[in-house]
Design a protein around this ligand. Structure first.
Ligand code: UDX
Ligand code: UDX
Length: 440
């Protein structure tokens, strides 16, 4: 089939490339010329494991362009995958989605199914259909369908090629038949429902996972107070298949491009309809506090970080991505700078993006060793494999004061017990084998 995809971010580009892999002819459209030029030369503008390789092996079925009219005018199906960022009040900013809808309306020269992949508040598909139908230039039929994505960054290609489910929210037969054809070579289970239910499935799924994380983070906070161990607690809970062992990792809260904005957007939407989603409100509040938990912990050791050498391991919101959206590092590093800390930071792929916000205030390092050398305190924000596999004895060898505040529980307590360190992690006993005489 002839498919166009609007937006080449994590969602749009991965969708386009995976549809090409399953045999469709796909034109990816983006307003960003630099991105388009990169993709035309076979380079992925985002870091996503396996994406560039898959893109290169499907180049004969892939086209990249800024010329939306050419791409949309005779497409069988157009996917909308542009961003829906959060507005100041927590609601979703739909301006990009609506501007693509207008572009589609003015371009179409034949019947088409428009598929909304971006996460949009319940009812938005109806508005998109309205916008397109009232602004059509030519006399063509358009159906709008909701087809939310369930990909996680870092495993986006696998999550799309082998999706846990394909949800099709349709209001007419043409859209249903066309979308089943798009996905005929995929092996995932297909659920066909109406558009509003499909939109809700996406929000409810993301918000449930966010709730699960905030729940385990609260239990971890309580474990610290009463002397229980969250690793064992989570393992013990996870054996119950009704609970499941996934998404029970406590830490410094969820970040990324989805959970923070999707919890706020659903809460906002419920409020708008005079309903308070109390569980989601609690999820959001717990997460805000959790993000600054490491700074709070550091106050046990130093009143302020002024003049101290601070090592930061990990900048991205999770491993496997270069994305910094809603990353805890972005909340904590300004506080450290405000304190007057000398910061050295390491991240295997996130440094270039972080430099855009902080070009001069931080020393960026290529290795963990260089980062922790002479440090007074070390913060771990992201559980990169390099951090987890790091030879922990080097903390006591290289740091001036080996105080490690780990927001992702990268090490077992047993491994840290015999080192000359303070190891303060989430929901577990603090290891204090370091004898030290400085301020405490
Ligand atoms: C996505 C989804 O769109 C969002 O709804 C979902 O909840 C999370 O992820 P993502 O792919 O991460 O967003 O967005 P982003 O990386 O910001 O990419 C959006 C792309 O669309 C950018 O390349 C941007 O240049 C492009 N764009 C934006 C357009 O082509 N046209 C526009 O009008 C606006
Ligand atoms: C998420 C959903 O997983 C995906 O299905 C949806 O389509 C988009 O949003 P993503 O944001 O890429 O994907 O990453 P995910 O792996 O879900 O992690 C989100 C955040 O939760 C990260 O900050 C991560 O560190 C945190 N997290 C995850 C925890 O704190 N604990 C966990 O147990 C799992």
């Amino acid at each position: 089939m002839k498919i166009a995809v609007a937006g080449t971010g994590y969602v749009g580009l991965v969708t386009g490339v995976c549809l090409a892999e399953y045999g469709h002819s796909v034109t990816c459209v983006d307003i960003d010329e630099t991105k388009v030029k990169l993709m035309q030369s076979g380079v992925s503008p985002i870091y996503e494991p396996g994406l560039e390789e898959l893109m290169l092996s499907n180049m004969e079925r892939l086209t990249f362009t800024t010329q939306y009219k050419e791409a949309y005018k005779d497409a069988d199906v157009i996917f909308i995958g542009v961003g829906t960022p959060e507005k100041q009040d927590g609601s979703a900013d739909l301006s990009y989605v609506y501007s693509v809808a207008l572009q589609i309306a003015e371009s179409l020269e034949r019947d088409c199914v428009v598929v909304v992949k971006s996460t949009v508040p319940i009812g938005t598909n109806d508005k998109i259909e309205d916008i397109i139908r009232t602004n059509l230039v030519n006399n063509v039929n358009v159906s709008v369908a909701s087809n939310p994505e369930f990909l996680a960054q870092g495993s986006a290609v696998r999550d799309t090629l082998h999706s846990s489910r394909i949800v099709l929210g349709v209001e007419d037969e043409v859209a249903g038949i066309t979308l089943k054809k798009v996905y005929e070579n995929f092996e995932s289970p297909i659920l066909v429902t109406n558009r509003r239910s499909a939109e809700m499935i996406k929000y409810a799924s993301n918000d449930f996972l966010a709730l699960k994380i905030s729940f385990i983070n609260e239990i971890a906070n309580l474990c610290e107070i009463i002397g229980a161990n969250i690793d064992d607690v989570a393992q013990g809970m996870g054996y119950d298949s009704r609970i499941g062992n996934k998404f029970l990792n406590s830490g410094i809260g969820y970040g990324g491009s989805c959970f923070p904005k999707d919890t706020k957007a659903l809460h906002w939407l419920a409020n708008f309809h005079d309903y308070e989603l109390k569980t989601i409100k609690a999820t959001i509040d717990v997460n805000e506090n959790q993000k600054i938990k490491l700074i709070k912990k550091s106050r046990k050791y130093f009143d302020s970080l002024k003049g101290l050498n601070v090592a930061v391991l990990g900048l991205t919101f999770k491993p496997g991505t270069d994305d910094l959206r809603e990353a805890p590092s972005l909340v904590n590093i300004p506080i450290m700078l405000e304190d007057g800390a000398n910061i050295k930071a390491w991240d295997p792929v996130g440094i270039n993006n972080f430099k855009k916000a902080y070009p001069n205030d931080i020393t960026y390092c290529n290795t963990i060793e260089e980062t922790i050398l002479d440090a007074d305190i070390c913060f771990i924000f992201t559980e990169w494999e390099e951090v987890k596999d790091f030879n922990v004895s080097k903390y006591s060898q290289l740091m001036k004061n080996p105080i490690i505040i780990d927001g992702r529980n990268c090490y077992s307590l047993v491994d840290m017990e015999n080192l000359n360190v303070i190891y303060d992690s989430i929901g577990r006993e603090t290891i204090r084998s370091l004898e030290y005489s400085f301020q405490y």
